[in-house]
Design a protein around this ligand. Sequence first.
Ligand code: XMP
Length: 543
Amino acid sequence: MKGIVISGGPASVYEEGSPQVDPKIFDLGCAVLGLCYGHQLIAWHLGGEVSKGEKGEYGLAHLEPVETAAVFEGAGGRQQIWMSHRDTVTRAPDGFETLGSTETCAIAAMGDAQRRIYGLQFHPEVVHTRNGRRILSNFLMDVCGCAQDWSPREQAARIEEEIRRTVGERNVFFFVSGGVDSTVAFTLCLRALGAERVRALYVDTGLMREGETQFVQGVFDALGGGVFRVEHAEERFLLALDGVRDPEKKRHIIGEMFVEVQEQILASGHFLEGNWILGQGTIYPDTIESGGTAKADLIKTHHNRVSGIQKLIAENRIVEPLHLLYKDEVREVGRELGLPEELLSRHPFPGPGLAIRCLCEDEERGVQRLEEGWLAPLHSVGVQGDSRSYRPVLLLEGSPASEGIHDLATALINRIAGINRVAAVVGSHAPVDELRTSRAYLCETRLARLRRADSLVRQMCLESGFENHVWQFPVIIVPLGTAERPDSIVLRPIDSVDGMTAQSVAMPAELLASMSAGLLAQEGICAVLYDLTHKPPGTIEWE
Ligand code: XMP
């Protein structure tokens, strides 16, 4: 062990039951870095003083660091940092030096170089702290004395060895999704065990993008013949989703159906005979989100942890080769294995597929004229405060490329109660005031329209290079239009780092014009809308 990082958290060191560290860690002679709450814990345990803040400090601030401190090596000068705290350290413990302050926080960084203990009130781990990565790297390399020797080549060899140990004489069966994780995990098993002992099954839900099943088939065929099979379940999924409007209900139905199909296959003779165990592409963050580590709260039950699979875990019939890796590390290992870049660098795509990009409505209603634009009676999901909202959308006429339009959208959402999204009308076959919602659900016709639209947008993004300017580009079909052309298409290009927050991105006017013309030429499509909403208050997906 070379170092310990004590993370941040919402508690106060004074609160009963707040997370604590064993103070003996400070006598181990090992380097320690405390962040935010961790910084306060260090002060509290080592005889400094922590004071309860009244208001707190949230957001951007500017730090003046002591440039000679090891953690600020090469990261000197007044710089932007990101703060999120209420309590503050008001006196550093004996032996500590103040290493940085901001206008409102006198001890924003402190350290005892001799004992190699450092505390930062700000968050070097978020992107808004300009030199955050440099500061963390200084701590790891210079203070702890770690070496940057993680290599995907060594990981692949280590993991293959671990697979052989875990699997023993048995064989491995995978449900693959065409995503990075399950494909990399499968490829490692294939290399470790040979083609006779691994099988991959892909469930076609009918909710995937155009050409997806063929793409996945192609990737697996290139790995070796006979290891891959498609289970056609399109009709079962569509039938279960018929007449359902509520987004969460749709997700739930899809999740349940997945489990049902998987459990049927796991209970079938083929799986039971021949000593098969299940392989999964679970990565480290999946385990955290399912409450798999000691302290993390349960955020959501990951699909890799449902009951049938828990049973296999209990019986020791599971292998998860990527369980210690993060996403970027999985991609690196994938490159080492020679998997196609097209697969490794794909934009994230939601598990429930196009189902949550196909808006459903129960009622037929017209748009309503407001002073600022038109209120469209389509419901989409948003995040406002800490909770989810499900509200109508405001439509604006005017170019989505015009100066200040994103700021206007934000201001309108703050001003008009009852909306969570603003979209610009890029083009329409009918005047906006003639647009109406129709009673519409998931059906083959609408999915086909969405698939065509999504494919056209993807093609144009790839050809123009715009693909590289966005983190994700959902295309959504909404039941708003006329009797002849009942649906419209929403373009939602966004930039993000991790999907938790996102900005709506402006698209080059020429590209948008030709994209819109292409979409309006499609059967059933009445208008093209451009989502101007950041997250928050909107979510990335509309459902
Ligand atoms: P939202 O819409 O919540 O999306 O801002 C954040 C990120 O999560 C993806 N997403 C999902 N992924 N199952 C998934 O596997 C889901 O149900 C789901 N819902 C949203 C979304 O595509 C974005 O990247």
